[in-house]
Write a protein that binds this ligand. Structure first.
Ligand SMILES: C[S@@+](CC[C@H](N)C(=O)[O-])C[C@H]1O[C@@H](n2cnc3c(N)ncnc32)[C@H](O)[C@@H]1O
Length: 327
C-alpha cells in the first residue's frame, strides 16, 4: 500500500465536517489563548470589526500575513469558504477585512497579502485588488512576488489555472531584515570598483547564496508526501514561504497576525521563530486544526502530519485504503 492521505479535503463533504465539528473546542466568536506562549486562535469573521477587536484585545501587530480565499472555485460542491462571487462582491469583502487588518497593525508595520490570478478569467482578482489597495492611503506598495507553480507555462496540458501571487505593502516605515535563499551564487567574473579596489562578484557579497528576489522559485508547494502536509486542508501555504516573510519583516517577540488561518501555517512559523501570533478562521474546523497543529508540533517536533491523521478520534482502523470510501 502506498502513502496517501487518510482524510479527504475538508470541503469535499459535509459528512466528514459533521464528524469533526463536535471535536472543535471553539464556536463562533470564541477565542483560545495558548497557555504556553500566549498565541491566540479565534473563530472570527475577518470582515467583522467587533469580532476582530475581541480577538486583538487592543494589541497591534508589526506584521500581517493574510491568505484569503482567491475568488476562485477550487473547492468541492459543498465549499462555502472558497467561494466565487462577482468581482464587486469580492472587492467589497476584501475592503472590509483590509480595514480590520489596518486597525490591528502598528503605525510602522508590514502587510503581506496572498492572492490568486485566474488565468481563465482575465487574471481576476489580481488587478482589481491592486486598484483597491491604492485606495488605502496609509499603505505604500513595496513588492509583487510570485511563488513558482510547477504546473504552469511549459507544461503541455493540465496547467494549473490559479497563480500564487504575494503583494507586499508597508504602513509607515517599518524595519526590514535581509535574508538569503540556499541557492548558491554562480555569477563569476563580474568585476567592479568598490572604494578604489577592483573586486570580483563573489568577493563583494555578504553571502555565498542569492537573495530571494521577487520570484520565489526555491519553494516547493505543499503536497501529501511532505512532513508539513496537513491532511484535510486544501489551501496550505509552504512553511518556508511564511518563514521568509516573518524573518524579513519581524523580530523575536514581535506580534504577527493572520485572519485566514486554515491549517495554521503562520502560527507554526511564529512558534518556530519566537514570534507571538494571533490568528483566526471563520470555520471552527480550521481553528481546531490550527490549534492541533501547534500542539502536535510541540509534542512531536513535526510541522504537519504528512499522511497521518489530525483527528485520530474519527480515524478508521489502519488497513487497506480507501478510508471513508462512501463519503
Ligand atoms: C486560502 S485559506 C488560508 C490558507 C493558510 N494560509 C494555510 O497555509 O493553511 C483561506 C481560509 O480562510 C477562511 N475564511 C474564508 N472567509 C473567511 C472570513 N470572512 N473570515 C475568516 N476566515 C475566512 C477559510 O475557512 C479558509 O480556511
Amino acid at each position: 500500500m502506498g502513502l496517501s492521505e487518510p482524510i479527504r479535503r475538508l470541503d469535499d463533504t459535509n459528512v466528514l465536517k459533521e464528524k469533526i465539528l463536535p471535536l472543535c473546542r471553539l464556536q463562533k466568536g470564541e477565542v483560545w489563548t495558548d497557555p504556553v506562549k500566549g498565541h491566540r486562535v479565534g473563530v472570527c469573521d475577518a470582515t467583522d470589526p467587533v469580532q476582530i477587536a475581541a480577538l486583538m484585545k487592543g494589541e497591534r501587530a508589526i506584521l500581517a500575513v493574510h491568505d484569503p480565499p482567491y475568488n476562485f472555485s477550487v473547492g468541492g460542491k459543498t465549499t462555502q469558504q472558497l467561494f466565487k462571487q462577482d468581482i464587486q462582491g469580492y472587492t467589497g469583502f476584501s475592503e472590509r477585512w483590509i480595514l480590520n487588518s489596518l486597525a490591528s497593525m502598528l503605525e510602522d508595520s508590514h502587510l503581506y497579502l496572498w492572492l490568486g490570478a485566474d488565468q481563465r478569467e482575465g487574471f481576476q482578482p489580481l488587478p482589481e485588488m491592486m486598484l483597491l489597495l491604492r485606495k488605502f492611503t496609509a499603505l505604500t506598495s513595496r513588492s509583487y512576488i510570485t511563488l513558482r507553480n510547477q504546473r504552469g507555462y511549459g507544461t503541455q496540458k493540465n496547467w494549473m489555472s490559479v497563480r500564487q501571487e504575494l503583494l507586499y505593502y508597508v504602513k509607515g516605515r517599518p524595519k526590514f531584515q535581509v535574508v538569503y535563499t540556499d541557492i548558491p551564487k554562480v555569477l563569476r567574473g563580474y568585476y567592479k570598483e568598490v572604494n578604489g579596489k577592483w573586486t570580483e562578484n563573489l568577493s563583494r557579497s555578504r553571502s555565498s547564496t542569492i537573495r530571494p528576489g521577487n520570484v520565489w522559485l526555491d519553494i516547493q508547494q505543499v503536497f501529501y508526501r511532505m512532513e508539513e502536509n496537513v491532511p484535510g486542508a486544501y489551501a496550505q501555504k509552504p512553511l518556508s514561504a511564511i518563514d521568509r516573510i516573518l524573518s524579513t519583516s519581524s523580530l523575536e517577540n514581535d506580534l504577527v497576525i493572520d485572519f485566514f488561518s486554515h491549517s495554521g501555517t503562520t502560527l507554526i512559523s511564529a512558534e518556530r521563530l519566537g514570534r507571538k501570533c494571533i490568528v483566526c478562521d471563520m470555520d471552527p474546523v480550521f481553528a481546531e486544526l490550527t490549534i492541533r497543529r501547534l500542539e502536535h508540533f510541540r509534542s512531536t517536533g513535526k510541522t504537519g502530519w504528512q499522511c497521518g491523521h489530525p483527528f485520530p478520534e474519527i480515524a478508521e482502523p489502519k488497513g487497506d485504503l480507501p478510508l471513508f470510501p462512501s463519503l
